[in-house]
Design a protein around this ligand. Structure first.
Ligand code: ZN
Length: 417
């Protein structure tokens, strides 16, 4: 008979916090955060610590050929697929102590609490540490989960190079974490990821839990505008072919398009190259990337089409050449409504304030969602700050999200009396 977990069941928030602080000692940053980039010696050390903790809880740790770690707590039904809880232990070069780490160690704390309480579940529970989520050392981000979900081939992943020219495959071997499992062969009953929000909404609204319903899709559209280099003083206004002016009109237009698709759409430009980039020369060439994101596939496609059409019109009027190349893309992800509902119900039952939220950043869960019912839980972070050594959360926030994770996982893994 399946029993619902009682609302008085909680994880051990102090123990979770101690694990977070212990892990943060490995690969310290220069300003109180962490530099535990993927496939460095510090990453290897962090992996060993995590493995030791998992084995102390009676879990078996499997490793796949991408170095992703899977720590399994068995279930009672040998035919039942596992419930996965995953995130990442790697960090940015100037990363925080919680981005990713909270989800992996939060998962381990769920298992520790199950062990404390002698809870048995029908489905196994597997805590996962995905390799190279950050993509800071080896682009792209979410590399191992991408191979797992069939988005990238393992050969592509192994050939990725860091800025020093070292290959991912060689570095994985060097730190001793090439496992024997084929990547992506595991089947999942469900996938949960607990992560810091990396944005300001939950804290600003004083909410303890973010119930993540979607992950935004994105297009990166790289524009190359061609004008005519000319002297800024001696070229009359009516004789200019001004690629810079076309660029500024396109920026304005991108803003208009994004504003007309509210709520739930963003668009902007973060990078521009002016050529020759001289004070007294009108640019002959301007290259910039428009970044548009929204959780709606329909909006995403419409925004791209509108931006490309209107940019062509703007450039034509000014006599400026315009070409566009799509240099980055993710489809929007809709998380599994049943799992999302369980997260919401768990927050409700435990008396935690919550709101539905959309993930603005990419996560391993976005790839896992391609191969399993998946969802995420967000924890607030101070000032919305992340990918920054000053990234911070409170012990109470960390524990509240782990409590919700615990209950949602138990509902899904099914308690056995
Ligand atoms: Zn992360």
């Amino acid at each position: 008979m399946v029993a619902a977990p009682g609302e008085n069941l909680r994880v051990n928030g102090d123990r979770l916090w101690d694990m977070l602080m212990e892990m943060a000692k490995i690969g310290p940053g220069i300003a109180g955060g962490n530099n535990r980039q993927t496939l460095t010696d510090a990453d290897g050390e962090g992996r060993h610590l995590f493995k030791t903790w998992c084995e102390a809880e009676g879990m078996t740790v499997g490793v796949d050929k991408m170095g992703t770690m899977f720590a399994t707590r068995p279930g009672t039904d040998p035919d039942a697929l596992p419930v996965y809880i995953g995130s990442h232990l790697d960090t940015q070069p100037t990363g925080g102590k919680f981005d990713g780490v909270l989800g992996v160690l939060g998962g381990l704390e769920v298992v520790r609490t199950m062990n404390d309480l002698g809870i048995r579940t029908k489905h196994p529970v597997v805590v996962t540490n995905w390799t190279n989520e950050e993509g800071a050392r080896f682009a792209p981000a979410m590399l191992a989960s991408g191979v797992f979900a069939g988005v990238h081939s393992i050969d592509y992943a192994y050939a990725r190079k860091d800025p020093e020219g070292k290959a991912f495959g060689d570095e994985l071997k060097r730190i001793g974490w090439v496992g024997d499992e084929e990547v992506g062969t595991r089947k999942m009953h469900a996938y949960f990821e607990y992560h810091i929000e990396q944005g300001p909404i939950l804290e600003a609204e004083d909410k303890q839990i973010g119930v993540v319903t979607h992950c935004q899709g994105l297009w990166w559209l790289e524009f190359t505008l061609t004008g005519r280099e000319a002297h800024t003083g001696s070229t009359p206004m009516n004789m200019r072919v001004n690629a810079g002016l076309a660029m500024s009109r396109i920026f304005e237009m991108v803003q208009e398009v994004a504003m007309s698709e509210q709520p739930g759409a963003v668009g902007g430009v973060g990078q521009v190259f002016f050529s020759p980039n001289s004070r007294n020369v009108l640019p002959g060439k301007v290259v910039f990337t428009v970044d548009i994101r929204t959780p709606s596939q329909e909006k995403l496609d419409r925004m791209r089409a509108r931006i490309e059409t209107r940019a062509a019109e703007i450039c034509e009027k000014l006599g400026v050449g315009c070409s566009v190349e799509a240099v980055g893309h993710f489809d929007p992800v809709t998380f599994d409504p049943v799992l999302v509902g369980r997260v919401r119900e768990a927050a409700e039952k435990l008396g935690y304030s919550h709101r539905d939220i959309i993930s603005g950043a990419g996560h391993d869960a976005c790839w896992a969602a391609k191969v399993a019912p998946a969802t995420m839980i967000f924890c607030p972070c101070v000032g919305g700050l992340s990918h920054n050594e000053a990234e911070d959360i409170s012990k109470e926030w960390a524990a509240a999200g782990a409590d919700v994770l615990f209950h949602a996982v138990l509902e899904t893994a099914e308690i056995v009396e």
